[in-house]
Design a protein around this ligand. Structure first.
Ligand SMILES: C[S@@+](CC[C@H](N)C(=O)[O-])C[C@H]1O[C@@H](n2cnc3c(N)ncnc32)[C@H](O)[C@@H]1O
Length: 189
């Protein structure tokens, strides 16, 4: 029995190591992955803070709101909120085929969650009331430009870890101090 538990743990560790090595090689050798973040879901305190900020906005809203997650992965941030707030609309934009397919499977019953398979820079953000994102430094400046060009005044943008230049910072939610993933930033257009 102990032997099989040992083998199981070794296998899981091996798979995690291979995944980390693949992601690191992609980051080093592939131009696309240097510029665009690979799939890595929000987790821990940052995920909880992101969802609680958006939950707060949606609870107070007096009309149906539209929440967009550009680069939504498997809907880690969106699916729970879409279940909790059926009167609000949620849009996930994801270009990765398998990640998109997994999200479609997770969310096929959710009528208020639309999943778009496209490059986020080719999707119009004009309907957004709230934008929540977890991306990567090279994308933040072009994303800020897009938001300023397309979004109406008053749109709230919540970002996990990465700051958006040019947008007005409303509040920084300090989460961790030393780790790579840290803080949630809230902006208002
Ligand atoms: C770090 S993950 C974040 C996932 C999710 N937002 C979360 O917080 O759990 C970033 C996702 O963005 C997607 N992505 C990166 N660049 C993109 C682009 N230009 N258009 C659409 N999706 C993109 C990646 O495929 C990846 O799944």
């Amino acid at each position: 029995m102990l032997f099989w538990i040992f083998i199981g743990v070794q296998t899981v560790l091996f798979v995690i190591m291979v995944k980390i090595m693949v992601l690191m090689s992609l980051a080093i050798f592939s131009e696309k992955h240097r510029r665009y973040p690979p799939f890595a879901p929000s987790f821990g305190k940052e995920k909880a803070v992101m969802q609680s900020i958006v939950r707060d906005i949606l609870e107070k809203a007096d009309r149906p709101m539209t929440v967009i997650d550009p680069g939504c992965g498997i809907g880690t941030l969106l699916v729970k909120l879409a279940r909790q707030f059926p009167r609000h609309n949620f849009v996930g934009i994801e270009w990765g085929f398998w990640v998109f397919a997994a999200l479609r499977l997770r969310s096929w019953r959710l009528k208020n969650l639309r999943v778009v398979r496209n490059n986020m820079f080719d999707v119009d953000f004009k309907d957004a009331d709230v934008i929540m994102c977890f991306l990567m430094t090279p994308l933040m400046a072009p994303l800020a430009d897009k938001i300023l060009q397309e979004c109406k005044k008053g749109v709230i943008v919540v970002s996990n870890t990465y700051t958006l230049p040019k947008l007005k910072l409303e509040e920084t939610f300090k989460t961790r101090k030393k780790l790579f993933i840290q803080n949630v930033y809230m902006y208002k257009v």
